[in-house]
Write a protein that binds this ligand. Structure first.
Ligand code: DX5
Ligand code: ZN
Length: 215
């Protein structure tokens, strides 16, 4: 199984001081920062744009994992890569030629990722797995931080892990010490964690605890 990676999702950060929040993630020993992008259409909420990605890229030197929850990713992928995305993940449920977009993301210099919602069957993403670096299973319906973990994706994670021992398999939504362990047991190795890490009194301690528990 590939190495465990823990990435705080800055949707859970204090917007009043996003720069400090990004620096806290890095000094806490996180493996990168997860940036949520929402268009108010694919999901019923708005969050962050390419300007935010550029700001994060300017203030910290870490891996930026950008999660596009937008209906038309083909129109915006390039701007997000130019802004500094290191991994750019798009939903299989979005509109347009998503299979065709993934190699374009790679050609533009980012690692392509594919994301699936809790009610989307694994079979929808299998045809593109060979073209991505990360498969991200949503463990909540996307749109908001602070929701409860949905375990429906666990069998799909286990099935994919059996076929792809070296692939980055990620989870996002409702993660805490216990649900990270559940996802890890299923086969996930990348953990995008929002409110749990930003609510912790000491993020570094929490990252270390979770990492130790998942080894
Ligand atoms: C949900 C977002 C998540 C969110 C996770 O739509 O994609 O990245 O920030 O937040 P928590 O960990 O609070 O569920
Ligand atoms: Zn996300």
């Amino acid at each position: 199984m590939p190495v465990v990676k823990i990435l705080p999702s800055i949707l859970g950060a204090d917007l009043g001081n996003l720069e400090a929040a990004c620096k806290t993630c890095v000094s806490a020993g996180a493996d990168g920062i997860h940036v949520d992008v929402m268009d108010g259409h694919f999901v019923p909420n708005l969050a962050y744009g390419s300007g935010t990605v550029a700001m994060v890229d300017r203030v910290v030197d870490t891996h930026l994992n950008v999660h596009l929850m937008i209906t038309h990713p083909l129109d915006h992928a390039e701007a997000f890569i130019r802004a500094g995305s290191d991994t750019l993940s798009v939903h299989i449920e979005a509109e347009g030629d998503i299979a065709g977009l993934l190699p374009r993301i790679r050609a533009l210099g980012a690692r392509p990722g594919i994301v699936l919602n809790p009610d989307t069957p694994l079979s929808r993403v299998l045809p593109v797995v060979d073209t991505v670096e990360e498969v991200l299973f949503m463990t909540v319906f996307p749109g908001f931080g602070g929701q409860s973990f949905i375990a429906d994706a666990m069998p799909g994670i286990a099935e994919l892990r059996a076929q792809y021992p070296g692939l980055d398999i990620a989870v996002d939504g409702g993660l805490n010490r216990e649900t990270c362990r559940v996802a890890r047991e299923a086969g996930a190795n990348v953990f995008h964690i929002g409110s749990h890490l930003f609510r912790a009194s000491d993020m570094a301690e929490e990252v270390a605890l979770i990492r130790a528990a998942l080894q």
